[in-house]
Write a protein that binds this ligand. Structure first.
Ligand SMILES: Cc1cc2nc3c(=O)[nH]c(=O)nc-3n(C[C@H](O)[C@H](O)[C@H](O)COP(=O)(O)O)c2cc1C
Length: 211
């Protein structure tokens, strides 16, 4: 493929210094996420979730972050999907956020647990009607003979639930409890700033890493 070798960026917009680091890395994540949400047109909360398959292959896909707090990072999905099955077997996951226009990356490692049914219900009911019906229509990650079958299922569930759509029990949230969070800020000459926080004996320790 032509042109890729010479396609490059020199990062120069921001820097990250030790004096900028809070004790709790989730505070810094929140600042970076809001900077992204204020400056990026859409999907600033998108991240790549990596899980591990039963035969130990890594497996990744993009999801949307829906909550961040001192407890961790929350996203919603279908519990029977490929990722759902993988997290059932192995709750260790990795998250990756990349905001190209801010020249920032965040890497997170942690362990997932399902959020409470009440929390999943509350978020499900906050979604638009069509997304709620869609959650019933899609048996996420299972094979489909045709798009027509999916659209027919959507129609059936919209007739079954013309107003109130209950949450399918196989749809809900996961909380990622972080053990490691790394902040990467692009700098000139590939001399980027990297700080990795590890949760050790109930507190976060930050280490600067070579780029
Ligand atoms: C921008 C973007 C946001 C997405 N957000 C979600 C999400 O929040 N939840 C979800 O289940 N799938 C989401 N998806 C779809 C997933 O990437 C994926 O196709 C789906 O969850 C099935 O993954 P799995 O087969 O590995 O379980 C999103 C895709 C994109 C590109």
């Amino acid at each position: 493929m032509s042109g890729i070798k010479d396609y490059r960026t020199d990062y120069s917009k921001h820097e990250l210094n030790r004096k900028d680091l809070p004790e709790n890395p989730i505070q810094l994540f929140d600042i970076w996420l809001h900077e992204a949400m204020d400056s990026i047109e859409s999907d600033a909360n998108a991240f790549t979730l990596s899980t591990v398959t039963a035969n130990t292959f890594p497996s990744s896909r993009v999801l949307l972050l829906k909550e961040v707090s001192d407890k961790g990072f929350v996203f919603f999905t279908n519990y029977k999907s490929q990722k759902g099955q993988e997290m059932e077997l192995n709750p260790k996951v990795a998250l990756n956020f990349f905001w190209p226009s801010l020249e920032k990356q965040v890497r997170i490692q942690g362990v997932v647990e399902k959020v409470s049914k009440a929390e999943s219900d509350a978020y499900f009911q906050s979604r638009p009607y069509k997304s709620r019906v869609g959650a019933w229509a899609s048996e996420q990650s299972s094979s489909l003979e045709s798009r027509a079958i999916l659209e027919e299922r959507y129609l059936q569930f919209s007739e079954k639930f013309p107003e109130y759509v209950p949450r399918p029990t196989h749809w809900g949230g996961y909380l990622v409890k972080p053990q490691k969070i790394e902040f990467w800020q692009g700098r000139n000459n590939r001399l980027h700033d990297r700080f990795s926080f590890h949760f050790v004996e109930s507190k976060w320790i930050a280490v600067r890493l070579a780029p």
